[in-house]
Design a protein around this ligand. Sequence first.
Ligand code: NDP
Length: 327
Amino acid sequence: MFKAVLIEKDEAGYRAAVKEVDDADLPAGDVTVRVAWSTLNYKDGLAITGKGPVVRGFPMVPGIDLAGTVEASSHPGIAVGDAVVLNGWGVGEGHWGGLAQRARLKGEWLVPLPAAFTPRQAMAIGTAGYTAMLCVMALERHGVSPGQGEVLVTGANGGVGSVAVALLARLGYTVVASTGRPQEADYLRALGAAEIIDRAQFAAPGKPLAKERWAGAVDTVGSHTLANVCASTRYRGTVAACGLAQGMDLPATVAPFILRGVTLAGVDSVMAPRAERLEAWRRLAQDLDVDKLELMTREIGLGEVVATAAALLEGRVRGRVVVDVNR
Ligand code: NDP
């Protein structure tokens, strides 16, 4: 038996709680992992609260991320005792996930724990941080560089936003952080933000084109915010879009794209190819300041996951949450 957060849905309703689960109920897979740390991402919040249609089968163990040690493996190249990390691949959505003391997975989903990080640090990064890195890589791929001017990060106090601010600042960019929590300005400055702006200026319908300001942007918010960010991006700038905290809609015009050559670069972490994941983790090891990572990270036990998931969706969690699945 092992402990796991279990989401159930039946006549009694949609609910999540910590339960004792039988090893025999683990899903099919060629690697069994003793989980040490997991984390809470926005998507985990949607799954645990039922506020978004994330879970594709019940009962489900949520948790799109995990770090742990291999207990059993018939997968070539993965041996008992290996330290591994998992991000995405539909785990915690359609396959039992990381908010548990044990997981059974496909070996091809796993990447080695980067030597630069402890399992706890890898989960402090988690999908949010790995996605922030994918966004930075997307900006670089489209030619954005620190000398070109200010870069914007929206949802800056969130998990993806916090890591994006820290990464971009470390890489030499002048980072402007957009937030609905101006009281966290000192935190954002400590991560490296040069200026803090109120997210309200992006929240409502805007003009097709606004004053050109951003050489690049990482948007975690979507909806009107993403439309307004594109409208205020400079000639030939790039916006990396990964999130929907404001909404999934995109009420925009094509004006920034056809008149200013702006690039809208979509970023998906869930099914990203293995080579890109390995590169993102290599870059995180190189470019993320672990002191800043610690500054943005709070630790909870498995029993606090359900309440924290609700707080995260309400925008009350700052930065990243790591979960010690053994307490
Ligand atoms: P968090 O909840 O940690 O952060 C979201 C942040 O968005 C909040 O902290 C808040 O920042 C801001 N926000 C919340 N509500 C609103 C609103 N109504 N309008 C404007 N801003 C708002 O989530 P994550 O950082 O984990 O994820 C951020 C987004 O990225 C999510 O939508 C998530 O689904 C998506 N995502 C996508 C991935 C992909 O593969 N494409 C991978 C990982 C995440 P503040 O208080 O500073 O305003």
